[in-house]
Design a protein around this ligand. Sequence first.
Ligand SMILES: *Cc1c(COP(=O)(O)O)cnc(C)c1O
Length: 354
Amino acid sequence: MRTPRIEINLSKIAYNVKKIVQLYSSKGISVIGVTKGVCGEPMIANTFLKNGIDILGDSRIANLQRMRNAGIQCPFLLLRLPSISEIDYVVKYADMSLNSEIGVINKISENAIKNNTKHKIILMIELGDLREGILPSDLEYTVKEVLKLKGVKIAGIGTNLGCFGGVVPDDKNMNYLSSLARDIENKFEISMEFISGGNSANYNWVKSTKDVGEINNVRLGELLLVGRNSLDDNKIHGLYSDAFTLIAEVIESKVKCSIPYGKIGFDAFGNSPKFEDRGQIKRIILGIGRQDIMHSALIPRLDIDILGASSDHLILDAKDKNFNVGDEVAFDVKYGAMLSAMSSPYIFKKYINE
Ligand SMILES: *Cc1c(COP(=O)(O)O)cnc(C)c1O
């Protein structure tokens, strides 16, 4: 079979979705399925929808377009703040979007009015992770301004932690979001559909908290797809973390030194590489490289070590294993490796449905 390839086990994704939807709904929290890590792949989107998810979210218009063109019918949420230059497409392809800029929301409203529709807005609140979000002190003013616009409706508020700053969702920041939601609903006499607490990084909080407060929604990709939570880099017990398998092929297998010899300059990427002296080792080269995959997010299924990669080659220490050219080597993927593999036109995609 062709290599390199990524094998995608849809049954394992389906299992993860059912399991998580069940857990979160027992706490009163609905799940938006996030497809950006798989480029909006329609087969995976449909697996989300068939197993308890009603709304899909993606950060890119191109992926929303791909899913709509594949005939997927559900409400779509645009996760990345809309660019002014793409407002036409935002209103056309997304039913709602996450927003933090009144100037952008204004443009969305104008466009929605022109197209005789209403676009839903979830206002993002900055709670410390320092990616997108309105400062809490500006929230009231922003809501007041958005309520004047006829082409948009405030569908809720939300936040995103554990992404840029690595801030951990806990009772303190989640209760704060709940209190902001209550304040807004009371002050403006509106009722909001979504109090959206975050992403996969909220898993430990959702599991352990005694009181979710007003939080009634999250947006999940990583947890459903690779059964992991980037905050603590652990596999989640009870979920499949091997729904995706990356497979590459041995193109050289030789015993060589573990330390380069000759006068040493920079490597292909401008780094000056450091190597551990392991003596003579069984070195294998796989036909996959940095142009295809984020190799730091690959985990070999066998007890062998990744030494490094150039653009098109991945180099491993096979340790006590024996490989011949033509052999296949399998890896678990963490989120970054899944994302790069799914985005690469050089990696063949194979779907498995047990
Ligand atoms: C990517 C993203 C998510 C989903 O994150 P996961 O870690 O994959 O669950 C949720 N919300 C926003 C705003 C995002 O950008």
